[in-house]
Design a protein around this ligand. Sequence first.
Ligand code: FES
Length: 110
Amino acid sequence: MKAVAETAVLFPASELPPGQIRADFLPNGRVIAIYNVDGQFHATDDTCTHGAASLSEDGVLRGHVVECSWHNGCFDVRSGAACASPCSEALRTYPVKVVDGMVSVEYEGE
Ligand code: FES
């Protein structure tokens, strides 16, 4: 069956200040990390592609780059691209919008 884009309305944008990261669950069970980069929101899978680190808990956001504190790999949160060793596999990303003040993320439903 072909996946359909769904939208999950997650939390008020005011709850995530610039420079911060938080985790949330999608209705399909995936855990994602949401980043506020100078007022622009981005979302990726929460688990680092190098190991089992949670980027929302163990990551440090500097500009649009999240550094995983486990082994200092990093990712561009806009594209998910890995940008420092030992990370080489990109993170999955999700389109984010702020609708009526709420952070909303598109994901693939069933
Ligand atoms: S677990 Fe993230 S860099 Fe190794």
